[in-house]
Structures are given as structure tokens and as C-alpha cells.
Design a protein around this ligand. Structure first.
Ligand code: HEM
Ligand SMILES: CC(C)=CCC/C(C)=C/CC/C(C)=C/COP(=O)(O)OP(=O)(O)O
Length: 325
């Protein structure tokens, strides 16, 4: 008996960690990380750099649980096409590691905990926004648009732009222009982010009949539309500085520098739309871009940054006055 237990326990442990790993994979954790970074940017900007740590941790946790729920339901709904596509065949449902029914129960549990946590620690608006993110992503994008419209990710992309609204609402209890501008920036960022990837794996989408833009309109038109969205997104990032006056010089410098690289990559893709390496480079950069832009928002919003830039401006002003006198 002793021997049986000793032999079985490592396997039991191994099985348990495999199950945990499978459920973790269902939530698409790497995407959640960036969604949380945008949530945090919304919180720091709304709180002008002074966020209550308990509220920050709870909102991030609630947001992560809501996004995990949305991604899990997407995995359940799309398991038929995920089974066919090379990129997604290994996912827990198509590979037979998790049953659809169990995944759905898991998703409902995640959404329930998220709603409760956000309502109790933040407020009802933040909780309702997080739930609307799940509903929008599942019903509007996954169910309605993904397989039926070439504009699927343009309209569906609104779901991915909701997290900063959750963050903002958690801090202030309402949504002001700043919150909607962050929403707009991510809304405009999504087409270049996703279409660059879709250009790389166009054949896979074509194989499963998903009407992504490169499948329907080809690489040249996709590169043209990526360029248009890039040209709309870059000035939008600066509206936070003027006229909204919600961000200062540190953010402005970051947005201009990062935006110039974004524009350069999108321009190169416009010149060479067939080159998958250029598309890959833009896709990867789009992720780094949004991370660093959000980092710029956070750093810019800190009171220490504000004091530092004010001191620099005052010293430069004094120096110029002394030279001119
Ligand atoms: C409708 C909107 C969007 C679509 C259709 C889309 C689609 C995709 C796809 C298909 C991938 C590849 C995932 C994989 O290989 O398994 C991806 C990667 C990624 N997406 Fe998006 N995305 C969207 C919006 C967003 C948003 C709003 C964010 C975060 C703010 C985001 C963050 C990421 C990240 C971080 C990755 C890289 C994940 C990794 O390293 O594997 N995406 N996206
Ligand atoms: C506030 C809140 C909870 C918002 C939800 C935001 C959310 C989960 C956005 C996800 C965006 C995304 C990665 C779409 C890809 O879906 P896909 O089906 O095209 O990707 P796939 O082909 O990799 O499955």
C-alpha cells in the first residue's frame, strides 16, 4: 500500500499541474497582460499619479478575471476552427485536454468573481464595463462578426479597448474625455496590430473561411488600411497633451518617439505589402508600442515627474531671463 501511494503521488501531482496549466492556457494569459497594462494606464491617468494600492490590485485582478473569462468563452466557441489552424491546434479544447462544458463553467466562475470583486472594491460602473467587455467580445466579435464581416476586428476591436475604461471608472466612478480618448487610441491601434498578424497567416484564415481583410482584399489594400489607421492613431495619442491637458512633456516625447517608429514600420509595409517579415516586425512592434506608451502615461502622471519637469522649465526660464537681461 505504502509503495502504491509513493508511486502514484508524483503522477497525481503531475496530472494536477497539467490540468492547472490547461486552464491557464485557456485564458490566453499573454494577451491579458497587455490588457492589464492599458487598465493601469487608465487608472494612473484618472488618479493623476496617486492610485490607492488596494484599488489598483483589486481592479487589475477583477480585469484579469473578466478578460480570462472572455478569452475562455472565445476558446469554447472557436474550438472548431482552432482545431484546423496550425497556430491554435495545441489549445486545450481542440487538443482534447479540457471539455467545452468544463471550460464554460470555468468562464462563468471567473466572470462571477470578477463582477463581485469589482463591485465591492471599485464600483458598479467598473464592474458593468468589465462585463460589457465580455459580452461585446463574445457576442459581437466572436459570434456575430468574426466569421461574417471583413470589418470584424474594426468593430469587434472595441472590446479590447474597454479595459482602460474599467480602470478609469474604478478610480473616478465615471467616464470623462480622457477615458474615451484612451478607448479611441486602442480602438485605432487594433487594426494595425491585428491586420499585420493576419497578413502573416492569411492562408490559415482563408483555410477556415474567416473573412479577415488580407483574405478578402489582399495584402496591398490591407497595408493601405493599416497606414490609414496609423495616421489616425498617432495624432490621437497627442490629444491627451493638447487640448485635454491630461499628460505632459514626458508622455508627449514618448508618444512622438514611439509613434515615429510605428509610422516608419507601417510605411515600409505600404511599400512592400507582400513581405511577411515586415508585417511580423509591425505586429511585434505594435505590442511593444502599446506597452511603452502606457508606461509613458504612468511615468508622466507621477507627482515626482510633474515636480521635476516644472523645476526644469523654471530653471530654463530663469536662465533665459538672465541671458536676455
Ligand atoms: C479585435 C481585436 C484583436 C484581435 C482580433 C487580436 C488578435 C490577436 C491574435 C490572433 C494574436 C495571436 C495570438 C496567438 O498567437 O495565439 C494576438 C496576439 C496578441 N495580442 Fe491581439 N488582438 C486584438 C486586440 C488586442 C488587444 C486590445 C490587446 C491588448 C491591449 C492585444 C494584445 C495582444 C498581445 C500582447 C499579443 C501577443 C501574445 C503572445 O505573445 O502570444 N490584442 N492578437
Ligand atoms: C474588459 C474586457 C473583459 C474586455 C475583453 C477584452 C478582450 C478579451 C480582448 C481580446 C482581444 C483579442 C485577443 C482578440 C483575438 O480574438 P481571436 O478570436 O481573433 O483570436 P484567436 O484567433 O487567437 O482565437
Amino acid at each position: 500500500m505504502q509503495e502504491v501511494l509513493t508511486n502514484n503521488s508524483p503522477r497525481l501531482h503531475e496530472n494536477f499541474s497539467q490540468v492547472v496549466k490547461s486552464y491557464y492556457q485557456l485564458t490566453k494569459p499573454r494577451i491579458i497582460l497587455l490588457l492589464l497594462i492599458t487598465t493601469s494606464a487608465g487608472m494612473w491617468m484618472a488618479a493623476k499619479g496617486e492610485v490607492d494600492p488596494l484599488l489598483l490590485v483589486s481592479t487589475i485582478t477583477g480585469g484579469a478575471l473578466a478578460s480570462a473569462s472572455a478569452n475562455t468563452i472565445n476558446c469554447v466557441y472557436d474550438s472548431d476552427i482552432d482545431y484546423i489552424m496550425e497556430r491554435t491546434r495545441w489549445r486545450p479544447i481542440p487538443s482534447g485536454r479540457v471539455k467545452k462544458r468544463d471550460a464554460l463553467i470555468f468562464a462563468i466562475a471567473l466572470a462571477t468573481i470578477s463582477f463581485t470583486l469589482l463591485t465591492v472594491v471599485a464600483n458598479l460602473l467598473a464592474a458593468l464595463l468589465a462585463m460589457s467587455g465580455i459580452v461585446f467580445y463574445v457576442l459581437i466579435y466572436t459570434h456575430w462578426l468574426k466569421r461574417h464581416s471583413v470589418q470584424n476586428i474594426v468593430i469587434g476591436g472595441a472590446a479590447g479597448a474597454i479595459p482602460p475604461l474599467v480602470g478609469w471608472a474604478a478610480v473616478t466612478g465615471d467616464l470623462s474625455w480622457g477615458a474615451w480618448l484612451l478607448f479611441g487610441i486602442i480602438f485605432l491601434w487594433t487594426p494595425p496590430h491585428f491586420w499585420a498578424l493576419a497578413m502573416m497567416i492569411r492562408d490559415e484564415y482563408e483555410g477556415v473561411g474567416v473573412p479577415m481583410l488580407p483574405v478578402i482584399e489582399g495584402d496591398e489594400e490591407t497595408a493601405r488600411q493599416i497606414w490609414i489607421y496609423t495616421l489616425l492613431m498617432l495624432p490621437a495619442t497627442l490629444l491627451l497633451v493638447y487640448p485635454l491637458n491630461l499628460a505632459g512633456g514626458v508622455y508627449a516625447g514618448t508618444a512622438i518617439f514611439l509613434g515615429a517608429i510605428f509610422a516608419q514600420k507601417a510605411w515600409l509595409l505600404l511599400q512592400t505589402p507582400e513581405d511577411k517579415n515586415v508585417a511580423r516586425s509591425l505586429f511585434k512592434y505594435s505590442i511593444l508600442y502599446l506597452m511603452l506608451l502606457c508606461a509613458g502615461i504612468v511615468v508622466d502622471s507621477l507627482p515626482a515627474t510633474h515636480n521635476f519637469t516644472t523645476a526644469v522649465v523654471q530653471n530654463v526660464h530663469t536662465l533665459i531671463s538672465a541671458v536676455v537681461m
